[in-house]
Design a protein around this ligand. Structure first.
Ligand SMILES: Nc1ncnc2c1ncn2[C@@H]1O[C@H](COP(=O)(O)OP(=O)(O)OP(=O)(O)O)[C@@H](O)[C@H]1O
Length: 353
């Protein structure tokens, strides 16, 4: 879900969980945990994955297909790499948007080697025809290839090497049931709590050779949207700040650096703030429907639903009601506004939930 922004552009939202530039990707690659033991947090998912991988090793078979669901930047790609690495298996990486025809998928599947892990990011964005091909491939390690056209077309079965599919999605609700049912295990990744983020940060600081005290780590952990990707990115900016100003990366430096980049005390990014301001000031606190909200802030409803909303709900700034999104008293307080009764909101079209 990259928006293709440049990380070195000062105008960029550091707290955008889907932002990824070349520099960012290289940095992320270096910091990625290589084993489940190194992977911080998500204790339940880690335990479940460990069991699944160990059982497969004991039975000398490929692990079941795995679906990783959750907002961007929480470690789905990292976990896919770990699944391959822990089992000593090769990894092939692709993504839903890159698979726009069944032929694209057939080319990948037919070239897999036995035991290979196939990672498909944003699997919900794959073409429908490819999705259907995947059903048979996942179940029977076989695909049917159509040869010829029109009345003379015939389907030729092709056996595949056994493989493990790891699918990642920010929107598991968009996956058709037949596809979802073919995964042996679905992991729902949650936002990280502050203690876990401090662990992610202190590991990254160690790897960067940066001395950061506990208070400074806690300050960054509180402002990174519960997301390791953002934690690491903020840490990098704090390192820059300390370097340029020739000072320690202490809590004062963290505050100054993050204020400079407009990262507020809750870590809200520009889009989060735009959504909140819209609900609060334009719709009197709500309720407001998803599509109306998306149009008002000029963003796709998919991004609002998969990226913005889960975090705002999690930190208690909005609630979802049957009539739409509603700002909580904490939201009014955070934005320094006096809570008021919804004006006219009830007469607005509630487009969907
Ligand atoms: N549990 C973790 N412990 C330590 N670092 C982590 C953890 N999870 C993620 N990270 C770090 O956060 C960065 C982003 O993780 P990753 O690319 O796996 O997220 P993602 O969920 O696949 O995101 P997207 O859906 O946008 O591709 C990586 O650099 C990784 O080092």
């Amino acid at each position: 879900m990259s928006r293709g922004l440049d990380d070195d552009d000062l105008d960029v939202d550091l707290t955008d969980p889907v932002l990824a530039s070349e520099a960012e990707l290289a940095f992320e690659g270096a910091l990625r945990p290589r084993s489940l033991a190194e992977f911080v947090g998500q204790t339940r998912v880690r335990g479940q994955l460990q069991l699944l991988l160990t059982a497969a090793t004991l039975q000398q078979r490929t692990p079941d297909h795995i679906l990783l669901a959750g907002p961007p930047g929480l470690g789905k790609t990292t976990l896919a790499m770990i699944v391959a690495h822990e089992g000593g298996r090769p990894l092939r990486m692709s993504s839903g948007p890159a698979i726009q025809h069944a032929g694209d998928l057939a080319a990948i599947l037919s070239s897999l080697v036995p035991g290979e892990v196939l990672f498909i990011d944003e699997i919900h964005r794959m073409a429908r025809s490819a999705e259907e091909m995947l059903y048979l491939a996942m179940e029977d390690f076989r695909i049917d290839i159509m040869v010829g056209k029109g009345a003379g077309a015939t389907s030729v079965p092709l056996d595949l090497a056994p493989f493990t599919l790891v699918g990642a999605t920010t929107r598991s609700g968009l996956l058709p049931n037949p596809l979802r049912d073919r995964f042996g295990f679905t992991a729902h990744l949650e936002f990280y709590d502050e203690a876990e983020l401090e662990q992610v940060l202190s590991r990254a600081a160690r790897m960067l050779g940066l001395a950061v005290d506990g208070e400074a780590l806690a300050e960054i952990a509180g402002r990174c949207r519960g997301t390791p990707r953002i934690a690491n990115r903020l840490l990098r900016r704090v390192r820059d700040y300390a370097l340029v100003h020739g000072r320690d990366a202490d809590v004062e430096a963290v505050r100054a650096a993050l204020d400079l980049y407009d990262v507020d005390a809750l870590g809200l990014d520009r889009l989060d703030r735009a959504v909140m301001q819209t609900i609060l000031t334009r719709f009197g606190g709500g309720p407001v429907g998803l599509n109306t909200l998306a149009v008002s802030v000029g963003e796709e409803s998919e991004t609002i639903e998969a990226v913005v909303e889960p975090f705002l709900v999690r930190i208690g700034l909005i609630t979802r009601t049957p009539r739409g999104r509603v700002a909580t008293p904490a939201a009014w307080r955070h934005f320094g506004l006096a809570e008021r009764a919804p004006e006219g909101a009830a007469t607005l079209p509630i487009d969907d939930l």
